[in-house]
Design a protein around this ligand. Structure first.
Ligand code: PGA
Length: 257
């Protein structure tokens, strides 16, 4: 299997620049130079400079948590792809459920951002996932399929190779509740089916689909055993070097199976 495991930290609105430096030093001291799995930390904008400097010389990549889909101009408070690339950002998280919910981001707007990120050489980590009401209402597959298709509208198979999908059931984020490996695998398989319809089987086979939602050292091994779970987008457990590194180690173990 050509797919590599990928462990990405989503720091959300946590860590000042000084704290980011300290956390990255901690991660690097424990696991800063392995090459078996892909690793990234996605930090707040204000910590990117410090994070970028702290990551120098390690194999860990840097990501941002959002962008605005314009090159420059009168968009007070927003951040463009070039501003992110100045700090060597490789990834950008887009369509996180917190942005969908609190900032009313629509699938169409998220798609605009995904396309603009790709045009500007950033790899989007596109988040999709159902709410508890949607899961209980039996709409999980429908919701996730629709978010995936709309988020990836008008993207070529060639560009899709640079997209990472994160399946994050909203009810599992930050709640300590995790989807069971079987529940997650079912949705991941569906996402891969859609990717295959959109971009062809070869491209779909090579795209990384991460699980997110209270992934932690205690449940990572079981989740990563599933065929279509290629890693994790990690919130809470990414804020401490020990737990984040333990997840990297779980992915290294899964990769060597
Ligand atoms: P969590 O967050 O690991 O704290 O549940 C994951 C995410 O929201 O990306």
């Amino acid at each position: 299997m050509a797919r590599r495991y990928f462990i990405a930290g989503n720091w959300k609105m946590n860590k000042t620049a000084a704290e980011a430096k300290a956390l990255i030093e901690g991660i690097k001291a424990l696991e800063g130079s392995q090459t078996q799995v892909d690793v990234a930390v996605c930090t707040p904008f204000t910590a990117l400079d410090a994070a970028s400097k702290a990551l120098a010389g390690s194999t860990i990549k840097l990501g941002a948590e959002n962008l605005y889909p314009k090159a420059s101009g009168a968009y007070t408070g927003e951040i463009s792809p070039d501003m992110l690339k100045e700090f060597d950002c490789a990834y950008v998280i887009l369509g996180h459920s917190e942005r969908r919910e609190y900032f009313k981001e629509s699938d169409e707007f998220i798609n605009e951002k995904v396309r603009f990120a790709l045009e500007n050489g950033l790899k989007p980590i596109l988040c999709v996932g159902e709410t508890l009401a949607q899961r209980e209402g039996g709409q999980t597959i429908e919701v996730v399929s629709s978010q995936t298709k709309k988020g990836l509208a008008s993207i070529s198979a060639d560009s899709a190779k640079n997209v990472v999908i994160a399946y994050e059931p909203v009810w599992a984020i930050g709640t300590g509740k995790t989807a069971t490996p079987a529940m997650a695998q079912e949705v991941h398989a569906q996402i891969r089916k859609i990717l295959s319809e959109l971009f062809g089987a070869d491209t779909a086979e090579n795209m990384q689909i991460l699980y997110g939602g209270s992934m932690k050292p205690e449940n990572a091994d079981e989740l990563l055993k599933e065929k279509d779970i290629d890693g994790g987008l990690i919130g809470g457990a990414a804020l401490k070097a020990e737990s984040f590194v333990s997840l990297i180690k779980s992915a290294i173990c899964a990769a060597s199976r």
